[in-house]
Design a protein around this ligand. Structure first.
Ligand code: SF4
Length: 503
C-alpha cells in the first residue's frame, strides 16, 4: 500500500499565540513512528511536513496528487478553533478521490474522535491512541481488500450517528517498535527530538497524556541500550549531537526510574552529545542529575505548576512546594537553569493563591528572565477534552460558551483573579506577538537587548504587583479601567521594542 502521512499547517490565533498545551511535544514523532512501522511492513510511505515547511493547502494537494496514496493519514493537531480550514481541505481531497481512505490520528484525533467524524465526512476512520499497530493493521487490511472496521484502536461511524471501536492494547515493549522516520524538516530543528518513554505515572487534573494512551496506561520506558543505539545511529548518519527527549516524563517511577536514568547517562557519556529532558520535581535527585549533566544534560523543563501546596493538591500534582524548591536548588547547583511549567491562574484560584504564587516566584528567582517572567505571570489553565479538569468543570456546569467541543472555556471563580488574568494576558500577548520571530529562533535578535529585556521584565513584574495589591485592597476595576491599565503597559513595552526596531 502507498501511505501518505500529513503534518498539516497550523494556524495560530493571535490571542492564543503563546498557549502551548494543544499537543504535547512528544507528538512531533507520531508520524515518524507510524512511518517506521508501515515501512517495516513493506508499505511505501512518505511524510509531508506541511507545518514545518510552511506549505499551503494548494501545495499539499499537489504533493498528494503526485504520490497518489491508497491511505492518507492526517496527524491532527488542535489549532485553537481553526480546524475548519483543514476539514474543508480534507473534504476536497475526498471529493477529488485523491486517496482511497483518510485516517486521522494523534492526541486531538484520539480525544475528539466523535466530533471529527461528525464534522468531517471525508475522514473514514480515527486511530484511538498509539498509531503504530492500528496503522499497520489498517494497511494490511487495505492490501488484502478486507474491512478495517473491527481493527482494535480504529474508530468509525456507527449506524446511529455515533462512533464504534474497541480499545487497542498499549505497546508494552517499546524496544520492539522500529525507530521513527525523521524528515529533513525535523533534522533542521535545533535539536533532534527523540522519545525515550511514553505516558506518565502522574495524574495531574489538567493533563491529557494518559487520556491519550488509555486509562490503564502506565509509564513505559525504552531500554537505555535501545535509546543509545538510536542516538548512535543518528550521530553516525548526520553528525548531529544535540538532542531533546520529548518524553512528558523522562524519569520512570521510584528507584527503578533513577537507576534507568543512571544507566542512560552511562551509555550516553561516551557518545558525547548534549541533550535536554522534561520531568517531575520529585524525580530530581542530586546524584542522578549529576550523572546526567556529566553525560551531556544541558537543559530541563520541570513542572512546578504552583507555589502553594493547596493548589498543587487541587491539581493532583502529587508534589509539594518543598519539592519544587529542592528541584530548583539541585538543578542550579548542577549548572542547569530550568525552564518551568507554571499555572498562575487556575479556575479556582483565589487572590491569596495568586499572592503566594507571586511570592514563590520572587523568592526562587523566577522573575528575572523576561521569557520566563512573561510566561509564569500570565499562564492560565487551559481546559481540554481528555483531562480530569474538563470533566469536573463540565459536571459543575462551568464550561460556559465552550469554543469547541474539545476545549472548555472555564470562567475563573474569583472576579479579582479574572481581572488580573485578563490584564496580564492582554499585555503579555503584545510582547509574545512582537517577540515571536526572535524567541522562536526564526529572526536574529538585535545586539545588546539585555537592558531592554530587563526594562520590560521590570514593567511586567510591577504591573502584576500593582494590580494584585489594588485587587487585594478591594479596588473594583471596570472595563474602562482595565483597558487604561493595559494600554499604558502596552505603550511602555511597545516604545522599548520600537526603539530596538522590533516590529
Ligand atoms: S507530571 Fe506532567 S506528564 Fe505527568 S500527569 Fe502531570 S502534567 Fe502530565
Amino acid at each position: 500500500m502507498k501511505v501518505l502521512l500529513l503534518e498539516h499547517p497550523r494556524s495560530i490565533m493571535q490571542e492564543r499565540c503563546n498557549d502551548i498545551a494543544n499537543t504535547p511535544l512528544s507528538s512531533c514523532l507520531i508520524s515518524g513512528y507510524a512511518a517506521g512501522m508501515l515501512m517495516k511492513g513493506g508499505h511505501a510511505v512518505e511524510i509531508i511536513e506541511g507545518y514545518l515547511e510552511g506549505l499551503s493547502y494548494e501545495q499539499i494537494e499537489e504533493r498528494i496528487r503526485a504520490f497518489a496514496p491508497d491511505i492518507l493519514g492526517v496527524h491532527m493537531v488542535y489549532h485553537w478553533r481553526e480546524d475548519f480550514a483543514l476539514f474543508a481541505f480534507l473534504e476536497r481531497v475526498g471529493q477529488s478521490r485523491l486517496a482511497s481512505a483518510i485516517t486521522a490520528y494523534g492526541f486531538f484525533a484520539t480525544l475528539a474522535a466523535p466530533d471529527i467524524l461528525r464534522q468531517c465526512a471525508a475522514v473514514d476512520a480515527v486511530i484511538i491512541g498509539e498509531a503504530e499497530a492500528p496503522f499497520a493493521a489498517l494497511a494490511e487490511a487495505g492490501a488484502a481488500g478486507i474491512s478495517f472496521t473491527t481493527i482494535p484502536g480504529i474508530a468509525v461511524r456507527d449506524s446511529s450517528g455515533g462512533i464504534k471501536y474497541t480499545n487497542q492494547e498499549t505497546v508494552r515493549d517499546l524496544d520492539a517498535i522500529p525507530f521513527p522516520v525523521r524528515t529533513e524538516a525535523l533534522y533542521r530543528l535545533p535539536e533532534v527530538n527523540l522519545l525515550g518513554s511514553r505516558g506518565c505515572y502522574g495524574s495531574c487534573t489538567f493533563c491529557y497524556i494518559n487520556g491519550y494512551y488509555g486509562k490503564e496506561s502506565p509509564w513505559r520506558g525504552r531500554s537505555p541500550e535501545n535509546i543509545a543505539a538510536e542516538i548512535t545511529r543518528i550521530v553516525e548518519r548526520t553528525g548531529k549531537r544535540e538532542f531533546y527527549f520529548t518524553d512528558p516524563n523522562f524519569f520512570g517511577p521510584g528507584q527503578a526510574g533513577q537507576d534507568r536514568a543512571l544507566r542512560i547517562a552511562a551509555l550516553l557519556k561516551p557518545i558525547s552529545i548534549l541533550f535536554g529532558i522534561e520531568g517531575r520535581v520529585n524525580d530530581i535527585h542530586d546524584d542522578t542529575i549529576a550523572a546526567l549533566v556529566d553525560a551531556g544534560l544541558r537543559h530541563m523543563l520541570i513542572g512546578l505548576e504552583s507555589g502553594r501546596d493547596e493548589s498543587l493538591r487541587r491539581m493532583n500534582k502529587m508534589t509539594t512546594v518543598a519539592q519544587n524548591e529542592n528541584a530548583l536548588r539541585i538543578l542550579r547547583k548542577r549548572g542547569i537553569e530550568p525552564n518551568v511549567g507554571f499555572i498562575m491562574f487556575e479556575p479556582d484560584s483565589s487572590l491569596e493563591d495568586i499572592r503566594i504564587n507571586f511570592e514563590f516566584l520572587k523568592r526562587n528567582d523566577l522573575l528575572k528572565n523576561l521569557p520566563v517572567t512573561a510566561n509564569v505571570l500570565y499562564h492560565h489553565q487551559i481546559v481540554l477534552e481528555g483531562t480530569q479538569a474538563f470533566h469536573a468543570l463540565e459536571r459543575e456546569g462551568r464550561l460556559e460558551s465552550r469554543p469547541t467541543p474539545y476545549e472548555g472555556n472555564a470562567q475563573l471563580r474569583n472576579p479579582g483573579v479574572a481581572v488580573l488574568a485578563d490584564i496580564m494576558r492582554q499585555v503579555t500577548n503584545v510582547l509574545f506577538s512582537r517577540m515571536d520571530g526572535i524567541w522562536s529562533g526564526k529572526l536574529m535578535e538585535p545586539p545588546g537587548m539585555q537592558r531592554q529585556y530587563e526594562e520590560i521584565n521590570r514593567i511586567l513584574v510591577a504591573l502584576f504587583e500593582i494590580n494584585l495589591s489594588a485587587l487585594e485592597a478591594g479596588d473594583i476595576f471596570d472595563a474602562g479601567g482595565i483597558a487604561l491599565r493595559v494600554r499604558a503597559a502596552e505603550k511602555e513595552i511597545e516604545d522599548i521594542l520600537n526603539d530596538c526596531q522590533i516590529i
